[in-house]
Write a protein that binds this ligand. Structure first.
Ligand code: ZN
Length: 246
């Protein structure tokens, strides 16, 4: 190939294209990042830190979340930090939102997307399109699998599409001290492995008051045995042998 057909980046100069057109097809710089980890691994804290770092450099961003523990349109972390956010409903369209915002004159350099496991696969596809077509960085944060140990559809789509996937290094711990890799749901203190994937607040029961829903991180072994911290404590105090068979 002739030397003059390579530009200063060593990229082949497409013949017959203007510089502006060449710039539009230059290899993309923006990326779709997926940061994942169990609950309690600091995802929301990192989401807020990421926003802070980019905003401090004068970049314009938008923060999204859904079903945050603190309520609608708020991104909160367990360390107590919060930030206003745009609530992502199931019919929210990231592509349309960003295009409309840019058309209205807004500056958007990046998106921070928390609780991304709850986004639909269509919404993850929209995020990838925003990265590729608009050169806007997307930083998505989410849990990989649900309390049944199945991948969330949104997280599965992020694994399929992300340019970079990062497993958070702040490791959550099971009550036994091992690395917690699985999320458990309890209803009135009893671990369950079936039910609606997204539960906000308490769940109705057939009889009696609604069950109190809570989450706990466990190692795989104790998730398999359904041995939560509370159950392990009560088993340790009882004369019955540990339920190794379960
Ligand atoms: Zn354990």
């Amino acid at each position: 190939m002739d030397a003059e057909r390579l530009d200063r980046h060593g990229v082949a100069e497409p013949l017959g294209l203007t510089w502006g057109a060449r710039d539009r097809i230059r290899p993309a710089m923006a990326e779709l990042h997926f940061f994942t980890g169990t609950m309690d691994s600091g995802k929301s804290t990192l989401a807020l830190q990421t926003n802070h770092n980019h905003a401090a450099r004068g970049r314009g961003g938008r923060i999204f979340t859904t079903h945050d523990r603190a309520g609608e349109a708020i991104l909160s972390s367990r360390l107590g930090l919060t930030h206003d956010a745009i609530e992502v409903a199931p019919d929210f369209d990231f592509w349309r939102y960003v295009v409309d915002s840019l058309t209205a004159g807004a500056r958007i350099d990046y998106l921070v997307c928390d609780e991304a496991q709850f986004y639909t696969t269509d919404q993850i596809d929209q995020l990838a399109k925003v990265v590729d077509e608009l050169q806007i960085d997307v930083f998505a944060f989410g849990i990989l699998s649900d309390f049944r140990t199945r991948l969330f559809p949104g997280s599965a789509r992020l694994v399929e599409l992300a340019d970079r996937m990062n497993v958070l290094q702040v490791e959550a711990l099971c009550w036994c001290g091992k690395r917690a890799t699985h999320n458990a749901r309890t209803e009135d203190g009893v671990m369950v492995v079936e039910g609606e994937v997204i539960v906000v607040g308490d769940v109705d029961t057939d009889d009696g008051p609604p069950a109190e829903v809570a989450y706990e991180v466990l190692c795989r072994q104790h998730h398999r045995r359904r041995l939560t911290a509370a159950r392990a404590r009560s088993v340790a105090l009882s004369p019955e042998p540990l339920p190794f068979g379960s």
